[in-house]
Ligand binder design. Sequence first.
Ligand code: ADP
Ligand code: ZN
Ligand code: ZN
Length: 748
Amino acid sequence: MTAVKNILRVAVNRPFYSLLDYQCPDGVEVQIGCRVRVPLGHSVSLGIVVEITDKSEVKKLRSIQKVLDKTPILEENSLKLLHWASRYYHHPIGSVIFNAIPVLLRKGKPLPSMTVWKVNGELLDQADTLLKRAYKQRLVWKFMLKFASNDWLSEQYIQQGLASEGVMNWRSFLNQLKKKQLLINQKVDIESSTLPSVAAIGLPKKKAIILTQEQQEVLAQLAIIYQAKKVKPTLLHGITGSGKTEIYLRTVEPILNAGQQVLILVPEIGLTSQILRRFQRYFPQYSIALLHSSLSDGERSFVWQGVQNNKIKILIGTRSAVFAPLGNLGIIVVDEEHDDSFKQQHQFRYHGRDLAVKRAYDLNIPIILGSATPALESLQNVERERYHYLRLNSRPSARIRPDILVQDIRNMRLEAGISAFLLEEIEKHLNADNQVMLFLNRRGFSPVLYCPTCGWHAICQACDTHMTYHAGIKKIICHHCEYEEYAGTNCPDCNDSGITTLGQGTERIEHVLQTHFPAVPVVRIDRDTTNRKGALDSKLAIVYQGKPVILVGTQMLTKGHDFPKLTLVGILDIDRSLFSIDYRAQEQLAQQIVQVSGRAGRGESKGRVILQTSQPEHPLLLNLLSKGYLNVAKQLLSERQRWDYPPFGFQVLIRVTATDKTNGLAFLQQLSDDLSLSDCQNAGVTLWGPAPSPMEKRANRYRSQLLMSASNRVVLHQFLSQAIGKLQVYKKSGNIRWSVDVDPLNML
Ligand code: ADP
Ligand code: ZN
Ligand code: ZN
């Protein structure tokens, strides 16, 4: 007799670490990925069926009460990945799954619809008269004519397109044009056949690009790699501007043509629209969607359903898109794979790139990890022959790599951190009709506001750190807890009127440069200037016009943007990173320098990079400039090996925060006492701490941590499970909260 599989393993919508077993009553049909209502204690809970099996260790099983879906709301592969991730990152399975699903689907609401727009062909000849005095409406109208004269256009694309033309409140203009009957709109849902293909937007076809020899070879290699029985991931190491995106386009083409789907992961929202345009232009015949955190829940549900039903063929998204239910996935691309933004730093602390590799592995499909500065982990995976390694070493056509000049600023008078030499260079490049970019990884006007008379400093009471002065809004803001207050003109302690600032952030650089070069626009790009939806696109639009501008920005600028007219890059104030206590700081600095430098000279003219430092003889800089990134990476890797740091050893970090200074530390101490020394030694696990975190106080909570490391990952994870078991039963006083970070990137 064969056993009937009628035991359901369910993830309930509660913070439990494991699945719960339930009986499926006879005659009830249910599939993996469907939602069910189950009894839980004395109440009822929503759950999702993750596995169906024929045996359970629980003696008396309870039955599910109701099946809510006929068809799964979560495709099996992404469900598997979520389940795996919950175990690997030791985060409760219910939280993992239910947070991944769009709220609308979680609540069992009907399928969302979305609004699409199109030009009303009947009134074309009257448009000029109707829009005579309405400048903005005319702008919107022209945009719609260009992109939607025959086809429906989704609001998502309209919004993006108009943002890059500087139009923000697009919806009201669309409605005004609708009133004049120039535009028509309708609601569609993902099931309907009228899903607007992005083909609709008819972007100007770019002239066909002829691949370089090097690019052709990489493509040929990839084609061979895809033939393997068991496909290994590929690390594509290509210098900035070497045409990696072109490779992505060509290599996914046959996969799309075979009817499969493509997933592209990028580290930040700011990069999605740029890569979107490249894909739209190349693949007008396929529907493409974006998935990232600033979508509304309606849009999110729409995309979620679209990929599950195979209606959307290309999905471009940030880290959480790795869980999207692509039912027919054929290839994954992770662009800028070295970027830390792929790791979520709160609650469920997963790494999007690593999970993408896992997903590709399970499906046995190709995955390409692309970067100009690969992560040390990825390079080590090449070394261990787990990944293939392909290189693009040159820039197509006449593009030349920029020179990097290290400028010693010791004993030099600086104006807001900028040397006279750099100012002269800026002027030269602007006069030659080119663009200039200054990189400084600190936003705000100045990191310190103080009183020279009595020594008062603006300190955040909740964090014990300096508050940053923001001149435009006349506020001091804590960058750790967002607390802000107005900056007075007099010292709060001695009432002296001479309070002043020390050091600079991007806002100050912007200010100084604007005074120096009043005729040239200064475009500042950092979190403060781009937090409004569409703001980044509209700022970049100014730069893409190609006229001389000065760009000032934080690491947001280091990523992926292609500015053909940019010929000079200035790098300011990197010295702090040279001496950071963080063992990853040097890797990140090397990546940043290479990435920022890569922005220069992408067009026809040769670029120049000026790096200001008071440490011109620092080995990292010397090595990077004379021997290049790969060499630095090798050196850093051998240091990591010596100390058994990742990727050689493995780490997990347990963090505790509490309102009281000593409670959290005592809580962790109890754990470390209970994990007996001999157990640790036998397992080869080392405990570091417990100790106060480097930044001990943040947002009025005291933080402490315990680091566990081991050379054997499996052992470490077993050990962690044990530790979590203990943490769950300890009594918590003083509002204690704890969290687990597997493969932590940030230990501050
Ligand atoms: P990456 O992603 O490596 O930074 P991109 O794919 O964005 O590089 O390419 C940089 C620029 O070079 C783009 O404007 C792209 O259109 C152009 N490009 C890429 N390949 C070629 C080629 N074979 N011939 C001419 N231009 C190319
Ligand atoms: Zn004072
Ligand atoms: Zn604070």
